[in-house]
Design a protein around this ligand. Structure first.
Ligand SMILES: Nc1ncnc2c1ncn2[C@@H]1O[C@H](COP(=O)(O)OP(=O)(O)OP(=O)(O)O)[C@@H](O)[C@H]1O
Length: 364
């Protein structure tokens, strides 16, 4: 089956004063999907989005939307709309006029404009609010109007630049679920940039993790989480503990690592070409650590930590412990079955080696 791409880029480069902010990026976004670009501040997300929108031109590479080359097409001629973090609704216009602005510019007749405005308001869950003033809406409602204003134009592609960044935490949590549902309901292809891994993970079909102008990995959220391709992805997506050591053996896809205290732990080999003697790091997630008594389950790796504190946070409650002078976090069981976790108590922890990743130090 051939999946049609709404957006396809190859070898995109954008340099500023000799530094490549976007450094040979290629990507393919299938029609009707939610694609996020996730990365820390300064990694080049906005620069890439501006190239896609046409506000800036690549030094190298090509951009195709539905198979049409876009490099020389002006922003307003691209089948693309953009939603910004600081949404610029016109304060002196009603909600209806805000939404209808683009339609009017496209010379859509008034009766059809009214119909389309009413329909899109219904679709974003704000039926009948045409005559309201944007100032009289809540932050979440304003954000929905900003989306409606773009979606009413039926773009092939909607580019979203951290649109939830200005909202408070509770609203952000709610809006990320709503955005995901809206994207599916409209079937419009979304390209979303964010530095918030939880936003990217919850909403996206595919996430590109960006670092220094390049993509480290492009994959569905669950794959990023379970099989990070690089130490950066392992550290940036979700929480992870890191144990440093030296490889003592590699067999059947598992690496054994000797830690500073002489103990040997195991994890899935995640770097190519890693052999005995190499410096490596084992990544293990807090929720993959189990509390054990004297014996850990057969085949599990284990270590002895010491409790520093328990951090109660509802379903995300954790214990902070110390191992070889480094902090190590483990998720607290929800059924209250954790052992007595008083500060300084011994805390034996164990994990299934298949759930840990071992990367060579210095591997990309
Ligand atoms: N017009 C410009 N001139 C010079 N350098 C620029 C320009 N625009 C971006 N850069 C540089 O390119 C790099 C990437 O910036 P960009 O804004 O794309 O990052 P970002 O990932 O969007 O960051 P943030 O999340 O903080 O917005 C940065 O080092 C930035 O300083």
């Amino acid at each position: 089956m051939v999946i049609e791409s709404d957006l396809s880029c190859s070898g995109l480069v954008r340099r500023f004063a000799g530094h490549a902010a976007v450094d040979h990026i290629s990507l393919d976004v299938p029609a009707g999907t939610f694609f996020s670009i996730l990365g820390p501040s300064g990694c080049g997300k906005t620069t890439l989005l501006r190239l896609l929108a046409g506000f800036d031109r690549p030094d190298e590479g090509d951009i195709f939307i539905r198979g049409q080359r876009m490099n020389d097409v002006a922003p307003n001629k691209r089948p693309v709309n953009m939603v910004f973090q600081h949404l610029a609704l016109f304060p002196t216009m009603t909600v209806g006029d805000n939404i209808g602005y683009g339609l009017k510019r496209k010379k859509v007749p008034a009766a059809e404009r009214r119909r389309r405005i009413a329909r899109v308001l219904e679709q974003v869950g704000l039926p009948g609010l045409e005559n309201r003033n944007p100032q009289d809406l809540s932050g979440g409602q304003r954000q929905r109007v900003a989306l409606a204003r773009c979606l009413v134009l039926e773009p092939t592609l909607l580019l979203l630049d951290e649109p939830l960044g200005a909202l408070d935490l509770k609203l952000r949590e709610q809006m990320k679920i709503e955005l995901k549902h809206l994207q599916k309901a409209f079937g419009t292809t979304f390209v979303y940039i964010t530095h918030d891994q939880s936003e990217a993970m919850v909403m996206s079909d595919q996430v590109a993790v960006m670092r220094n102008g390049r993509f480290d990995q492009v994959a569905p959220p669950e794959v990023l989480y379970r099989e990070p391709a690089t130490p950066f992805v392992a550290g940036f997506v979700g929480d992870n503990n890191r144990l440093a050591g030296k490889v003592v053996s590699v067999a059947d896809g598992l690496a054994s690592l000797r830690l500073e205290d002489g103990s040997v732990v195991h994890g899935r080999l995640a770097s190519e070409g890693l052999g005995p003697g190499a410096l490596a790091e084992l990544y293990i997630r807090p929720e993959s650590l189990v509390f054990t008594g004297a014996d850990s389950p057969a085949g599990f790796s284990s270590l002895n930590a010491r409790v520093r504190a328990t951090l109660f946070d509802g379903a995300n409650s954790r214990v902070e412990a110390e191992h070889l002078g480094q902090p190590i976090f483990a998720r607290l069981p929800q059924d209250g079955s954790a052992p007595g976790l008083v500060p300084d108590a011994h805390l034996p922890l164990a994990w299934d080696p298949a759930l840990a990743c071992v990367f060579g130090v210095g591997s990309l």
